[in-house]
Design a protein around this ligand. Sequence first.
Ligand code: SF4
Ligand code: SF4
Length: 662
Amino acid sequence: MSGSESTEVQTSDDMHIDIDKLIRDGVLTRDEGRALEHSQQSDSGGAMRMEALPETRGTEDSEDKDSVKEAATKHKRHWVRCTRVCNQRCTFCLDSMNHDGTMINTDSLKAYIALGRKMGRERLILSGGEASVHPEYIELIRYGREVGYEWIQTVTNGMMFSYKNFAQRCADAGLNEATVSMHGHTAYLQDRLTGTPGAFVTGIKGMKNLIATGKVVVNVDVVINKQNYKHLPDIIEYYYNMSIREFDLLHIIPFGRGFDEHRHSLFFDLNDAVPYFRRAFEWSKKPGVYLWTNRLPVPYLEDFERLIQDPHKLTYEFDGGRHNFESYLKRGLKPDCWGERCDYCFLDGACRSTMFPYRNHLEARTFPLVQLDSQQAWPSTEAQWVFEAQEPKRVILTARDHADADRALEKVGFNEAPISLKLDKGSDLSQVSTLARVDRVVVSSIEDANRALVGKTRLGDDVEVEVLLDREIASWLLARPSTLKSWGSRLILALQDHQYLSGSRDTDPEPETLRKLARQGARLKNVPECVAGGKTEPHDHHLLHASMLDRAGHLDLDKYVHHYIEHEYYAKSLRCNRCDRSDSCGGLHINYLRNHGFSILRPLDEAGQELADAGSFEDITSVLKKATEAHDKRQRKEVIGKHTPDARVRVALGDLRLGGDA
Ligand code: SF4
Ligand code: SF4
C-alpha cells in the first residue's frame, strides 16, 4: 500500500475502520488489510471454506446438499487471527512467515471482533497460528457470543482440546464448530506431516472431547499432499467412523514452507492420484456427508462436478496477494511468487495464463478485441487514451439504438476494425446497414433476429446477426427448421457465459439441443466442436472492456478477476488431451461444465469423428496413457502445439486457456 493511499475506510453505516491500526496491532497482515478494505465494497465477508449450516445437516439429496452448501457460502464470515504462534510445525504451513511467537493483544482482538459484527458479519472464525493457545481464547469465544455472532467457529489442530475441561469450557462459552486439521488417519502420517510427535493422539482426543460436549460440530480439514493422497479414502473413512460428516480437502499449493523446504516430499503428480481421488470423492454421495474441495484443478473433478469450488473463490485468492497482483498490473513487476511455482499453481489459469497476456496486450496495444458502451463513462482521459491506443481486430459497441450508435461511431477510432453492434432489445434496425464498419449486429431476441434477417428491415447481406442464445430461443428455432434454414448462414447462435451457476442452469440450452441446432445447419459460437458435432465459431477471448481500466489506464484487479470468472474461465476434461482439436480448443465455460458435467466433452479424431472410447473416465490409467500418446503424436506432427509446451502439465493445472504468450 503506498503512503499516499488512505487506509481509513468508511462503511455504509458511517463507521470508520482504521486499517493501519489493525495492521500495527498485529490483527491483520498488510494483504489482509487490503482485503478488508475491498471486502467493504463487495461485502463478501472473507474466504469460503467448509461452512455447512448446522440446522440443515443430514440432508440426503444432492440438490439439497447443493443448496445447503450455497447457503453456507453466503454466510458472512469474520476471520480473526488470534496468535502468531503455533504448537505444531506443519511441513506445508502457509502461515509460517507470519509466526513471531506472539499473542495478539486481547483488547485489539475484541475491538476487531466487535467491528465484524458492526460490519454485519454473522459467523466469527477464530484462527491463528493456533487460536486455542491464546491465553484469553475462552474469553474471546464468550465475547463473540456477547456481541451477537450467530455462529462461532474455530480452526484448530485440536491439541488443546485434549484437555477435557478446556474443551467443555469452550463449548459452554459458546463455541459452535471446530474445524480440525487432520492430515492422516495414523500417528505416523499426522505426526510426520505436522512435524509434531503426539499430534495424532492428542488431536483425536481433542476431537472426541469436543464431540462429547454435545454442543460443538466437529469437521476435518485435510491438506492433500504426496504423503497422504493414496490414503485419502481411508482418511475420510476413519473420521466418518468417528461421526465426522464434513471434510474440506485442500490441495497443496506452492507457497509457504511446503514449497520452500519440503517440495520434494509434498508435491506430486496429480495424474497419479486420480484413482484415489475418485474413491475419496465417492464419499460425497453418501447421505449426510459433505465434501468440499479447495484449490483442486477442476479436470480432476470429472463426474464429481458438484465438488468444483465456486469460481468466485478466485476473488479471495487474488485479494490474498493483492499487493503482488496490483504491482504487476500497475508497474509490470512480476509477483514475488512468479517462476518455478507457477507450474504447480492453482491460479495459473487466472494469473499467468490470462492476466499476464492481458497486461502484455494492453502494453503492446494488441488486444484483439475491445468493447465499449456508446455512453462510456471514462474514469479519466488517460484511461480513454490507453483504451483508444489499442489496435484491435474487432470492436464491440453496445448502444441503445441506431442513432445512439451513429453518434458513438463518429468518435470510435480503431482504424478499419470491423464493428459488432450490440443493440438493446427491440431497437430500430432499419438504419443499421448505413453504419460504417458494422458487419455484425448482436441481438437477444427472436423478434430482433427476424427483423434483422427478413422483411423490410432486413440488413444487408454483408451484415451477420449474432443471437445471444438461451433455452427459449433454442427451442423456438428447433421447432421451426424451415425458418432456421431460411435465415441462412448469416445467423450465429452464441452460447452465453454466466457469472453464476444458476445463470447457466436457468437459461442455457441443453448440450443435445445445441447439437440438434448444429445438425440443422446453425453456426454455434462458444461451443466446442465435440458438443456441436461440427465446426463452430470461436469465443471472444482476450477482450478488453473499457470499464476494466482504472484512472491511470491500468487494468483494475477486481474488474479483471470478475471478467475472468465470467468470460475467460473455460475448462476441459483430462480426456481432452486425446482430442485432435486439443491444442486449439478452449473447452467450455466453467459454469456450463458445472451444470452438465465434463462427460459431454468427447475427444475427436482428425476427421472430427468421436473416438470410439471417447467418454470413458473409469479406466483413468488408460485415459492418461492415451492422452499422452495423442499429445506426443501431435507434437511430433508440430500441429499448433506452441501454446502447450507440456500439455500434461497444463492439463494438470486445470483451467486450460489458450493464448499462452505470457
Ligand atoms: S501463477 Fe501467478 S500466483 Fe501462481 S505462482 Fe505464478 S505468479 Fe504466483
Ligand atoms: S478438446 Fe475437448 S472440448 Fe475441445 S473439441 Fe476436443 S473433446 Fe471437445
